[in-house]
Design a protein around this ligand. Structure first.
Ligand SMILES: Cc1ncc(COP(=O)(O)O)c(C=O)c1O
Length: 404
């Protein structure tokens, strides 16, 4: 048994509070080792970065270790990991920086499956540079993002294709490798939002063909800190707006101000934590991460199948644009019930779910559901249990019965 759920859950002290967490797509609980790493930095002698004295050298080391951790999580060069406070702020930074290289009449491609963090920064950058925007549409019937449409969307003026590795609304996993290959054939760059995919799948950025891959550690048991990974040679070609005295080097020149060393140490601890999730995993940290995330994927997929079957038994429950190939995340509505009310009724029972559009603004607008409250979202994480799933399904059945 590569995945020992009881041992995994023991790593999350907050689970002792007894909530059933289906809210990890909005942010997971933090592993104990992650909190401990932050605590050690905040209570130890760690200064701002300096080579002159030990507490300053510790800070330098913490940053280097965090870049190495990102490298092992994503299969990227450590020197290509840029840190920022959130995926949103990093995408704004990259979009503004890339827009300086665009010309009026150029084109970019965004998708309606994406979280707004991988849409709006690109639209705003395009508007500032006189660049045209083309839209990839998801199929409302299947919930999937057909990659074939990119053949027609990408042309010789395309400079950038922004696409998600997995939707935070319905979990859909687009064929990013095919989409990025089409982008590259036209000489365009591919910016991949890995925020929802990273907690659920082994990630190999080069296999995805992502030129940039952004992910947020608070979605995978870590702190509120994000990273955007790209080949250092690609970062070298870009000149972000920055302060005069700050470093001109890559990746530092993309990092504004003084980072949180506590958060960086916590991010490293989060990657170390992910690497332990399969307790039979062996080899380098990269190998253990890949093995552990494969075990996570298998565990979550089984549980998700149980959840989907259970939701199918709830009278009047309608799943929203539910694709076959997806991360363990489902959006649904109960007939006649406002999603916010359903979420509150579940909350009263100690069950944590989100309702609304979760910033998948274009997705819910396209479905015509934004104005009526979006949908309830339940996402499975590696600490979710079969008992949690039964609790959710029973509660929904009860809420529905009380409504009629
Ligand atoms: C798929 C996806 N992309 C981007 C984001 C934005 O991440 P951040 O909060 O780090 O800006 C989220 C947050 O929920 C997300 O789910």
């Amino acid at each position: 048994m590569p995945f020992q759920i009881d041992a995994v859950r023991a790593g999350y002290p907050a689970l002792a509070e007894g909530f059933a967490h289906f809210d990890a797509a909005a942010g997971s609980l933090v592993a104990a080792s992650v909190a401990q790493a932050a605590h050690e930095v905040m209570t130890g002698a760690v200064a701002n970065r300096s080579t002159a004295f030990a507490p300053g050298r510790r800070a330098i080391e913490i940053v280097e270790q965090a870049r190495a951790a990102v490298a092992d999580l994503l299969g990227v060069p450590a020197a290509g990991a840029v840190f920022g406070s959130s995926a949103t702020s990093l995408t704004y930074l990259v979009s503004r920086t890339l827009a300086q290289t665009w010309h009026p009449g150029d084109e970019i491609v965004v998708s309606r499956l994406d979280h707004d963090a991988n849409v709006r920064p690109w639209l705003q950058a395009a508007a500032s540079a006189g660049v045209n925007v083309r839209w990839a549409e998801f199929d409302p019937a299947t919930g999937a993002l057909p990659s074939e449409q990119y053949e027609a969307l990408i042309g010789e003026r395309t400079r950038l294709v922004a696409v998600t590795a997995a939707s935070n609304a319905n979990g859909a996993i687009p064929d990013v490798a095919t989409i990025s290959a089409l982008a590259h054939r036209a000489g365009a760059l591919c910016y991949v939002d890995g925020v929802h995919a990273t907690p659920h799948l082994p990630v190999e950025v080069t296999a995805l063909g992502a030129d940039f891959y952004v992910t947020s550690a608070y979605k995978w048991s870590g702190p509120h800190l994000a990273t955007c990974a790209a080949d250092p040679a690609l970062w070298e070609t870009l000149r972000p707006q920055k302060l005069m005295p700050s470093s001109d080097l890559v990746p530092e020149r993309f990092e504004h101000g003084t980072p949180s060393f506590a958060a960086l140490a916590a991010l490293t601890a989060a990657v170390d934590h992910l690497a332990t999730l399969d307790d039979t995993a062996q080899g380098s940290r990269r190998e253990r991460v890949l093995q552990s995330m494969a075990a996570v994927h298998a565990y979550e997929s089984d549980l998700f199948a149980t959840l989907i079957a259970g939701l199918g038994t709830v009278p009047g429950l309608r799943m929203v644009a539910a694709p076959e190939h997806r991360c363990p995340t489902v959006a649904f509505r109960l007939d006649g019930d406002d999603p916010a009310k359903t979420a509150a009724a579940l909350g009263d029972r100690g069950i944590c779910v989100f309702a609304g559009d979760y910033y998948a603004y274009e997705f819910f607008s396209a479905l015509g559901l934004r104005d009526s409250g979006g949908a309830v979202r339940a996402s499975i994480y590696h600490y979710t249990t079969a008992a949690d799933v039964a609790r959710l399904v029973d509660a929904l059945t009860e809420i529905q019965a009380a409504a009629v």
